[in-house]
Unconditional design. Structure first.
Length: 657
């Protein structure tokens, strides 16, 4: 049986059943025409390509924002269904434009967006910038933090504090501005510290950060396969994950479950924490499940105050879960999972001694205690069940107070077998054709596009940036083939060398698996060097940020030379220059490759005497000395002509709140 298309899969998996037969949730496409083109500047959102959407966010007015990672763009879909370019240009990637309109600025790959209570939008630039930038409510963009290592997300809480991961630490910029401070992590990769101060704990490859309404901070501790939590006293604990990479544990305590591949997190209004693209949810009581609304395995999810879900899933889609009916104080939610149904019953008036007996219609039953919830007198129970065959089942839930039945629900559930295949790509640096930490994940810096075949027929094309959980429907013996269509320059598929992996998909007893596609550096030493700059000239200081990157896989070295304007003198730089002579500074950059972090140099210059006059120009040239084998030396030089600006705006005024 062939797998249904990705969009139809989302439609099929958001069905919710309630006590009045069943009511289907509504899933709609709000952006994208199915093409891979860059988003249009303006026009109907359904009549444009959306490229490779990576992150998604929704503001307080209901506008939906998404980042096109490949085309270096952030776009907005307004409440009337029109698309607008927020920042970026398909022809130019960079981190420039600070102090001016965002529509005239450029960005590198955006990996995280968040809004504060005032409507300012923060976003993280990871690919080369390693920075946090903000677009204010007037549309002006500025950089508020330059990082020294990978920054993959950003979160602004209701008080205006800004949180983000940097390397193996979590940073915080206090409300109102200022320098970033460490709130978690020693900087050394590892796992330790639960029960103590978060600043003394070890983290390993933090990807995302989120904050709940009470001010607790949640950390996607990637390589530790855990969700860590920092309470308001600064104490760190583990909320979810037993340290094992996997997907087992649904229906039980999240701390005992397997996790892995967490890239993004978001809360709904009820306090449920959603994890993507692994499609899991953690309830306020700490119970983990796999909600049907995340069945397509979206790379990210955003949830508005009304409970609508927004996801990049081939298109930009909006899913409005169906309202559940209630009998007295009870509500039933029956969700679809690959193994079978997930039954949730909630009550607004909890009392000890209540339980639910569930008859699944296949001869099996169980009894589950209703436990106290996190809000007032609420209570709930969650249970899952696996069917051994496809078909229609009648599920009956009877609610008991002690030995007395007080209410019941009867529902019809249609079970269609499915399974989840986790696709991930990696650099096989040690040539053992085994996914390990030696080489890293190729998809973390460049998408790998894969064609999906079912029983010899092409049915889908997906991007496995950061790893993808692909839901496949079928029967025992179905063969799924995954063929690499495109990948990063300078690498070739090696495991297998054909770039094609096949899998005989057995539905029952084998509902989840991981398939790896290995790559290695091409035999030729094909590489190229690129350079990008962020800069700002003031009356008494100038700051310049230069980023050097080898776009190919083989590590190489180059010499960065910066000739700055004689109107300024060298003051400081990070890292320290190899040499400084007059108005020229050089750095020896080593080990540059597309699998390593780019080399970022921050330079500060000072006017030696009388401050400059606004409107003056300052000329700077930056270049990387070409090395043997460089395929294109034309992009190794950048010339900057900066207009000197005043250090402050005398007309600027602000009020709080």
């Amino acid at each position: 049986m062939k797998k249904i298309s990705l969009l139809f899969l989302l439609l099929a998996c958001t069905t919710l059943w309630s006590i009045s037969g069943y009511a289907q949730g509504v899933t709609t496409n709000i952006g994208g025409d199915g093409t891979y083109n860059a988003p249009a500047t303006t026009g109907p959102a359904l009549s444009t390509g959306i490229g490779s959407p990576f992150n998604i966010a929704v503001d307080h007015k209901g506008n939906v924002y998404f980042s096109d990672y490949t085309h270096h763009i952030i776009s907005k879909i307004d409440t009337f269904g029109n698309i607008h370019r927020v920042i970026g240009d398909t022809a130019v990637a960079g981190g420039d434009g600070d102090g001016g309109p965002a529509t005239a600025a450029h960005v590198w790959g955006v990996e995280g967006m968040s809004f504060d209570a005032a409507g300012n939008m923060y976003f993280a630039e990871n690919a080369f910038g390693n920075s946090i930038r903000v677009i204010d409510t007037f549309g002006i963009v500025n950089t508020i933090h330059y990082g020294s290592s990978t920054i993959s997300s950003v979160f602004s809480d209701s008080a205006g504090n800004v949180y983000f991961p940097e390397g193996n630490q979590v940073m915080k910029i206090p409300a109102g501005g200022g320098s970033a401070v460490v709130i978690a992590g020693t900087g050394s990769a590892g796992f330790s510290g639960d029960g103590g101060l978060a600043t003394a704990a070890q983290l390993d490859f933090v990807w995302d950060v989120a904050v709940d309404h009470s001010g607790n901070v949640y950390i996607a501790d990637g390589s530790n396969n855990r969700i860590r939590k920092i309470n308001t006293a600064g104490i760190i604990t583990t909320l979810a994950g037993n340290g094992t990479y996997g997907s087992a544990g649904d229906g039980g305590l999240a701390i005992n479950a397997e996790l892995g591949g967490i890239l993004n997190m978001d809360f709904d209004a009820a306090g449920n924490l959603y994890l993507s693209p692994i499609s899991r949810m953690i309830s306020p009581a700490g119970i983990i499940s796999s909600p049907s609304v995340l069945a397509p395995g979206p790379i990210d999810v955003a949830i508005d105050a009304a409970g609508n879900f927004y996801m990049p899933a081939g298109y930009i889609v909006k899913s409005t879960p169906a309202a559940t009916a209630a009998a007295g104080p009870y509500t039933l939610h029956l969700a679809t999972t690959c193994g079978g149904p997930q039954v949730t019953i909630a009550t607004s008036s909890y009392s000890a001694g209540y339980s639910v007996r569930t008859d699944y219609g296949d001869g099996s039953t169980d009894t589950t205690t209703i436990v106290a919830g996190s809000f007032g007198t609420s209570g709930y129970m969650v249970n899952t069940h696996a069917y051994s065959a496809a078909g229609s089942y009648t599920i009956k839930n009877v609610i008991y107070n002690g030995a007395s039945a007080v209410d019941s629900f009867t529902s019809t559930y249609m079970h269609l077998p499915c399974g989840v295949i986790h696709l991930q790509s990696y650099i096989d640096a040690n040539s053992n054709c085994t996914y390990d930490v030696t080489g890293g994940d190729i998809a973390s810096y460049s998408p790998v596009t894969v064609e999906v075949d079912s029983n010899g027929t092409a049915i889908d094309t997906v991007s496995i940036t950061g790893g993808l959980y692909y839901t496949a429907y079928g029967t025992a013996g179905d063969v799924y083939t995954f063929r690499v269509l495109s990948h990063a320059a300078g690498v070739v598929p090696t495991c297998p060398s054909s770039g094609i992996i096949s899998d005989t998909f057995t539905i029952y007893g084998d509902n989840s698996r991981t398939l790896n596609i290995g790559f290695n550096c091409s035999s030729a030493t094909r590489f190229d060097l690129a350079i990008n700059t962020a800069h700002r000239a003031g009356r008494h200081t100038q700051s310049i940020t230069v980023v050097g990157q080898n776009n190919y896989c083989t590590p190489t070295a180059g010499t960065l030379t910066v000739n700055f304007s004689p109107k300024y003198n060298f003051s400081s730089a990070s890292p320290t220059p190899t040499s400084v002579t007059g108005h020229t500074a050089t750095w020896n950059l080593t080990g540059l490759s597309s699998t390593a972090s780019p080399a970022t140099v921050h330079i500060t210059l000072e006017v030696p005497s009388t401050w400059l006059t606004p409107g003056d120009t300052a000329h700077t040239s930056c270049f990387i000395t070409p090395v043997s084998g460089d395929l294109d030396t034309s992009n190794n030089t950048v010339y900057i002509i900066d207009t000197v600006r005043s250090s402050y705006d005398p007309n600027y005024m602000a009020v709080t709140p």
